[in-house]
Design a protein around this ligand. Structure first.
Ligand code: HSE
Length: 452
């Protein structure tokens, strides 16, 4: 990173009588944070020792009705970042720029920063955290992942003594609303999406959520904090939920699973494997009952064991609550003259390709319903070191001799599984591999033994 110019440090003064905050952006999250700061003003002031005052709010559109006094608003965002009366900047514009540029200027100008900007933190967090740490400033971003759920701060503090082995979570509310509707009501994806849009859970352009980009950013951030190394979103394998059908959800149900869009990051012997994709999850897994707008992250640490944190993953009030929590932390630091809380990540994490993933798989194939079908499929998979664990078959159309078979495999390397699938249609018995998904949980043999 380029050399850091001299810091125009604010006095850290336990005798100060107010902490002054400038906000950049005043949409859904900004409104929630502002309301919380007003409604709980006295309790928050008691917890810090002095009151917080919002002194300026930067916006683009001055015509929109707002809940804060008109005189606070300005369209000159840079003026807020350079205002000598502002101690802390709350950035809620979102996206890379101008948000990133403004945060950088704020940090160079001695101001602590709280942000909810997941794309920026996922892509440029390492550099910004380094800049904050060099300048002994706080850069907090709890609201970037999991709305109101405390995730980043527990990973940075209470769980920091652990070697994280694995974390796995539902970190996107929109897709969880859609998948919950599909599994509870037997809806197809397009209908569940349309309803989520009509109810305001999904955006008019749902790409970021349903194609997994939002979850990819969030898992990159969580993995970077959990493993203490910079994990770029590009290193997180990503698949969305568009291809999921009610048929696969029904088969999952029969086999004892529910389908969730999971973000998973795990430390393997030779690197970190991070991925976001729809997953068969056993119905008795703690994450399986996290439905609708709720998010949850399940963390396995070497000393703490399993920890699950859950709550509302989006929305004005929960996300506003995360912003205010970060702000209170910053204000306490200002009062005690504490050093910045930013913990730089190590560069150069070794990340693994999805080919290295070892898991069980589900797949559904349309087959010619004739002798040796099962044997041919088992042989082809076996040639690629993929072993079958369970199956379910039914006749689809007797006049065309078509059948449908679903399989669960034993754990195998993903690269082998993909090669095996590609080799199936040329066998002459498999018309089409209609769908496939990764499966979490213990092997079927273990499950069956437990059931006895
Ligand atoms: N679009 C996100 C979600 C909101 O559905 O979870 C907060 O990141």
């Amino acid at each position: 990173m380029a050399s850091v110019p001299q810091i125009n440090s604010l006095p850290r003064d336990p005798l100060r009588d107010v902490i002054r905050v400038g906000m950049l952006g005043f949409g859904t999250v900004g409104t929630g944070a502002y309301r919380m700061l007003q409604d709980n003003r006295e309790a928050i002031a008691r917890k810090i020792g002095v009151p917080i005052e919002i002194v300026r709010i930067g916006i683009k559109d001055t015509e929109k009705p707002r809940i804060a006094p008109t005189e606070l608003f300005t369209t000159d965002l840079k003026a807020i970042v350079y205002d000598p009366n502002v101690d802390v900047i709350i950035e809620l514009i979102g996206g890379l720029d101008p948000a990133g540029d403004l945060i950088e200027q704020a940090l160079r100008n001695g101001k602590h920063v709280v942000t909810a900007n997941k794309e920026l933190i996922a892509k440029r967090g390492a550099k910004l955290v380094e800049l904050a740490a060099k300048n002994r400033l706080d850069l907090h971003f709890e609201a970037a992942v999991g709305g109101g759920i405390p995730l980043i701060q527990p990973l940075k503090h209470q769980l920091a003594g652990n070697d994280v082995i694995r974390l796995m979570g539902i970190v996107n509310g929109t897709t969880n609303v859609i998948l919950t509707k599909m599994s509870q009501e037997g809806a197809e994806f397009e209908d569940a999406l349309a309803e989520a849009q009509a109810k305001g859970y999904a955006e008019a352009d749902p790409t970021s959520d349903v194609d997994g980009f939002d979850a990819q950013y969030k898992i990159a951030i969580l993995a970077s904090i959990a493993f203490g190394k910079e994990i770029s979103p590009d290193a997180v394998y990503r698949e969305g939920i568009r291809k999921i059908t009610k048929k696969d959800i029904a088969y999952a149900d029969v086999l004892g699973y529910t389908i969730k869009l999971l973000g998973i990051a795990e430390a393997k012997d030779d690197g970190i494997l991070a991925r976001v994709h729809p997953t068969f999850l056993p119905k008795d897994h703690p994450l399986a009952s996290v439905n609708g707008v709720y998010n949850a992250v399940w963390i396995q640490g070497d000393f703490v064991g399993d920890v699950m944190l859950s709550g509302r993953g989006a929305g004005s009030d929960p996300t506003g609550s995360a912003v205010v929590g970060d702000l209170i932390d910053v204000c306490r630091n200002i009062r005690i003259g504490g050093a910045g809380n930013a913990i730089p990540y190590e560069p150069g994490a070794k990340t693994l390709s999805i080919d290295e993933n070892v898991t069980r798989f589900y797949f559904r194939a349309i087959v010619s319903d004739k002798p040796k079908v099962l044997g041919t499929i088992a042989m082809t998979l076996g040639d690629h070191d993929v072993s079958l664990a369970a199956m379910e078959m039914r006749v689809l159309d007797p006049s065309k001799n078509l059948g449908e078979i679903v399989f669960l495999t034993h754990p195998c390397k993903e690269a082998n599984f993909r090669k095996a699938l590609a080799a199936l249609p040329p066998t002459g018995v498999v018309e089409e591999v209609a769908s496939w998904m990764r499966v979490e949980g213990a092997s079927l043999v273990v499950e069956a033994t437990r059931a006895e």
